[in-house]
Design a protein around this ligand. Structure first.
Ligand SMILES: [Zn+2]
Ligand SMILES: [Zn+2]
Length: 350
């Protein structure tokens, strides 16, 4: 299938129109016309080769909402015209213990990334959702529940599931006390989802100016991390902290905020941290953990939960050719809270 996307051909090049072919359908594949694609911080890292292993030409995008336009003969879950979503992975081994448990993101053989991965049959480099079409095996497509706003749903596929999964892993519900560090794409979803699950939610921010935003998103309180008195008073007051900060940062100020057996879970920074002290860990039986996206079953559960509770990201819609400017603004955290590309702005013949 001939299609078009926006690709970068080198780390210092802007994204530009790129013509390419999606694979012919295998029996269990569906083809989508992509309607919307969210812009994740990982997309920026990938396009700029910040991790050092980008394969060019690269097409980012793993918050994908589309319409089924074709289906292989063995497809049973979807039919032409259905609205579906695809997140950060498009395949996994399907037979290891983690895959059998529905935790494909933790596949023992590694899941196949929606971009930057390698097709398990052809070894072709996978290309993401900044494009007009996508071909994916049906097991890795999610059903968009009726009533969920298609444009605003896109960021749920990475920012949503990345914050929902740890909330479920640590059994957050009514009575839980949840802290959220960082109020960007992931952080604002953590606030909405934790509040939706019935938790008492505290946003922890360096800036007192974030109070109005935090409360508007559904948080119950703002804790200013530069206010030593307030931080001391808040000791032992949280069961779970979701830390969404995507850069190297100091965890030490946050650990005393956890109650006994409390956990700080990292979902943003992938890489080095400054030296954490073990004092609050050992003396308070506290934990530092990490969590990557979520499995397919849990992602569907999250979409259904968001539809039921009317939880949606706050988004700013852009046209495909505004992506380079959007990347620059994303780097300055100048977006509330997620860019979404309206793929109608990209014509196949462009
Ligand atoms: Zn992402
Ligand atoms: Zn597996």
């Amino acid at each position: 299938m001939k299609t078009i996307g926006f690709a970068c051909t080198a780390a210092n090049e802007p994204l530009a129109p790129f013509h390419f072919e999606r694979r012919a359908l295998r029996p269990n594949d569906i083809a989508l016309e992509i309607l919307y694609c969210g812009v994740c911080h990982s997309d920026l890292h990938w396009a700029r080769n910040d991790w050092g292993w980008t394969v060019f030409p690269a097409i980012p995008g793993h918050e994908i909402v589309g319409r089924v336009v074709d289906a292989g003969p063995a497809v049973t879950r979807y039919k032409i015209g259905d609205h579906v979503a695809v997140g950060c992975m498009v395949d996994s081994c399907q037979h290891c213990d983690q895959c059998r448990k529905g935790e494909e993101q933790l596949c023992r053989e590694g899941n196949t990334g929606t971009y930057g991965g390698f097709d398990r049959f052809t070894r072709d480099h996978t290309l993401g959702g900044y494009s007009k079409h996508l071909v994916v095996r049906e097991e890795f497509a999610l059903r968009i529940p009726a009533g969920l706003d298609l444009a605003r749903a896109a960021p749920l596929l990475c920012a949503g599931i990345t914050t929902y999964s740890p909330l479920r892993t640590w059994n957050v519900g009514p009575g839980s006390r949840v802290g959220v560090v960082g109020l960007g794409g992931l952080g604002h979803m953590a606030v909405k989802l934790a509040a939706g699950l019935g938790a008492h939610v505290t946003v922890i921010s360096r800036s007192p100016g974030k109070a109005e935003d935090a409360l508007a998103l559904g948080a119950d309180a703002l804790l200013v991390s530069t206010d030593a008195d307030a931080m001391a008073k808040a000791a032992n007051s949280l069961d779970l902290i979701i830390d969404t900060v995507p850069v190297k940062h100091d965890l030490n100020p946050y650990m005393p905020l956890l109650d006994v057996d409390g956990t700080l879970v990292i979902v943003g920074q992938i890489g080095l941290l400054p030296e954490p002290t073990t004092v609050p860990l050992v003396l308070g039986r506290r934990r530092i953990a990490g969590s990557p996206i979520g499995g397919i079953r849990e992602t569907q559960e999250m979409l259904d939960f968001c539809a039921k509770k009317n939880i949606l990201p706050d988004v700013e819609m852009i046209a495909m050719d505004q992506i380079n400017a959007a990347f620059e603004r994303l780097e300055q955290s100048d977006v509330r809270y997620r860019f979404v590309i309206d793929m109608a702005s990209l014509a196949v013949g462009a």
